[in-house]
Design a protein around this ligand. Structure first.
Ligand code: PXG
Length: 303
């Protein structure tokens, strides 16, 4: 089925969903975005994604001409029009069309689009076996330059790191910050488990504050697991009991090797499994419904 895309206030067929070559999102990576998941007819953590989109936009002084409520409506309606109940949603706001200079004042109107599509997950086998990673030479961007907390369209830093992982023949890369502390993977946050304590770098390490990351911290808290946000180095990963990555696309994926060193016993750990299980349960109940099913209509008194 052809997808129906939201583009600047209209829903158009995929083939008509095109943006200008003068769009500063394309010319300069000047824009922000969100990758969001739909599970079981609900948009998971929709409010959190919309909030982050607006924080990112504010940080680059980009005014989004829609209210947050309207933007939530755009996401839900895009899912409906493409008949997506389980899938991956990409919501993008660029500076818009301007001239060939980089000055954003020449871009009067942001470009907004939303795509709801299916998702190609990592094979289930990788969740069972865990993935291998290498530390790459490409460092995470300096917060004072291109702040990693902004989910911007500037992904060249991450793409370069991914190229290094590809060349090394492994699926993921660990990126360090400018001080040499572990920051995150190319499109995922990182956690280690040591002596039953869950440890992850703080946002000030120069990372994207992932929504999956925050969800895992929340779930761990509910389960009485101690969570510590602190800086650590590769040494701590080599000698961790468990390690996993978190992201909207990857969810929670175990990592079992870094730079050829086996992490823990080389298999996904017990706490990782416990968190994966709890996360999957949460995806069944969190977020607004896409289609108002009969049962929920009756329950909400709308039927
Ligand atoms: N760090 C970075 C640098 C990311 O881009 C995450 C962490 C995880 O954040 P969430 O909120 O999703 O838990 C991301 C988001 C890809 C891809 O193709 C990944 C992201 C974005 C776009 C594409 O792997 N991850």
């Amino acid at each position: 089925m052809d997808l129906v895309i939201y583009l600047n206030g209209k829903f158009v067929p995929e083939k008509e969903a095109v943006v200008s070559v003068f769009d500063h999102g394309l010319l300069y990576g000047d824009g922000v975005f969100e990758g969001i998941r739909a599970y079981h007819n609900r948009v998971f953590k929709l409010k959190e994604h919309i909030d982050r989109l607006y924080y990112s936009a504010h940080a680059i002084d980009l005014k989004i001409p829609l209210s947050k409520e309207e933007m939530e409506g755009v996401v839900l309606e895009t899912c409906r029009r493409s008949n997506v109940r389980d899938g991956y949603i990409r919501l993008v706001v660029t500076r818009g069309v301007g001239d060939l200079g980089l000055d954003p004042r020449k871009c009067p109107k942001p470009t907004i689009f939303c795509i709801a599509a299916s998702i190609q997950l990592y094979p289930e086998e990788l969740y069972k076996k865990g993935l291998e990673m290498v530390t790459v030479a490409t460092r995470r961007n300096l917060p004072e330059a291109c702040n990693p907390r902004v989910k911007s369209l500037n992904y060249l830093n991450n793409v370069c790191a991914r190229i290094e992982a590809n060349l090394a023949g492994v699926p993921e890369a660990v990126m360090l910050n400018q001080e040499g502390y572990v920051a995150e993977a190319t499109g995922d946050n990182i956690f280690i488990v040591k002596n039953k304590v869950l440890i992850t770098p703080p946002p000030s390490a120069g990372i994207l504050e992932g929504i999956t990351r925050n969800t895992v911290i929340e779930i761990a808290g509910q389960k009485g697991i101690r969570v510590v946000e602190k800086l650590f180095t590769r040494y701590d990963i080599y000698n961790a009991d468990e390690c996993f990555l978190t992201g909207t696309a990857a969810e929670i994926i175990p990592a079992v090797k870094l730079d050829g060193r086996t992490i823990g016993d080389g298999r996904p750990g017990r706490m990782t499994w416990e968190l994966i299980h709890a996360f999957r349960e949460l995806t069944k109940v969190d977020g607004p419904l896409i289609f108002q099913e009969e049962g929920s209509r009756a329950a909400s008194g709308l039927g």
